[in-house]
Design a protein around this ligand. Structure first.
Ligand SMILES: Nc1ncnc2c1ncn2[C@@H]1O[C@H](COP(=O)(O)OP(=O)(O)OP(=O)(O)O)[C@@H](O)[C@H]1O
Length: 190
C-alpha cells in the first residue's frame, strides 16, 4: 500500500569519484527538514551483493544489470512517496538515458557536482582507498550532457555550502521544465 497522492522528490547528485557527492549528502542529512530522505548510492548495492570479480566471467553485464536495478529501485521508492538522495556517476551515456526513462523527470532536482581534475587527483591519492586514475577517466564524461538544475564546484565551495544551495533550490517551486525533462525531450528529439 502506498500514499497514493504523495510524489517523492529526488535529489540526484552526479559527479566523478572523489568529487564530493557523499560529503554533500552527509550535509543534506543534517539540513533537510520534513519527511525523511533516503540515501541511495550504487556503492550501497555493491555492499549488498555476493559478487566476486574472480567468479564472474561477464563483469560488465553483471554491473550493468545492477545499475539498471539501482535506477528502478530509486524510481520505486519515489513512486511510493519517499524522498530520495541519489549519489551516482553518470560516466556512460546509457546510465543517464536509463535514468531519464525510469525516473519521474518533474520530481528530479539534478545536481552537477563539479571539481577540477588536479584537485580530484589530489583527493584520490589522499584517500588511499580509490584506484588512481578513476576520476580522470570519468572526468570528461560525467557532465557531457551539460544540463542541471543546480551546479556546484567543490574545488572552491564547501560541502556544507553546496548542501545549502540544494536546500534553497528544494524550497523553491521546481523549475518547469526541469533539467531531466529537458534532457528527456532532447533525447526524444523534441
Ligand atoms: N567541498 C569539498 N571541499 C574539500 N574537500 C572535499 C569536499 N567535498 C569532499 N571533499 C573531500 O574529497 C574526498 C572525497 O569526498 P566524497 O567521499 O564526498 O566524494 P564522492 O564523490 O562521494 O566519492 P566516491 O564516488 O569515490 O565515493 C574526501 O576526502 C572529502 O573529505
Amino acid at each position: 500500500m502506498t500514499d497514493g497522492d504523495r510524489r517523492g522528490r529526488i535529489v540526484f547528485l552526479n559527479g566523478t569519484s572523489s568529487s564530493g557527492k557523499s560529503s554533500i549528502a552527509d550535509e543534506l542529512v543534517g539540513l533537510l527538514d520534513g519527511p525523511p530522505y533516503y540515501r541511495m548510492a550504487v556503492d550501497g548495492f555493491l555492499r549488498m551483493t555476493t559478487l566476486r570479480e574472480e567468479h564472474t566471467s561477464d563483469l560488465d553485464a553483471v554491473l550493468r544489470r545492477m545499475r539498471a536495478g539501482f535506477h528502478r529501485s530509486v524510481a520505486a521508492m519515489a513512486s511510493a512517496g519517499n524522498d530520495v538522495i541519489v549519489d551516482h556517476v553518470l560516466s556512460e551515456p546509457w546510465r543517464l538515458a536509463d535514468c531519464l526513462e525510469v525516473l519521474p523527470g518533474a520530481d528530479v532536482l539534478f545536481v552537477g557536482v563539479h571539481c577540477p581534475l588536479a584537485e580530484l587527483e589530489r583527493r584520490e591519492a589522499a584517500r588511499g582507498d580509490r584506484e588512481a586514475g578513476i576520476a580522470a577517466l570519468q572526468f570528461g564524461r560525467v557532465h557531457a550532457h551539460g544540463l542541471y538544475d543546480v551546479e556546484c564546484d567543490t574545488g572552491t565551495t564547501s560541502a556544507r555550502d553546496c548542501a545549502l544551495l540544494i536546500r534553497k533550490a528544494l524550497a523553491e517551486p521546481p523549475a518547469s521544465p526541469t533539467a531531466f525533462e529537458r534532457l528527456r525531450g532532447r533525447q526524444a528529439g523534441v
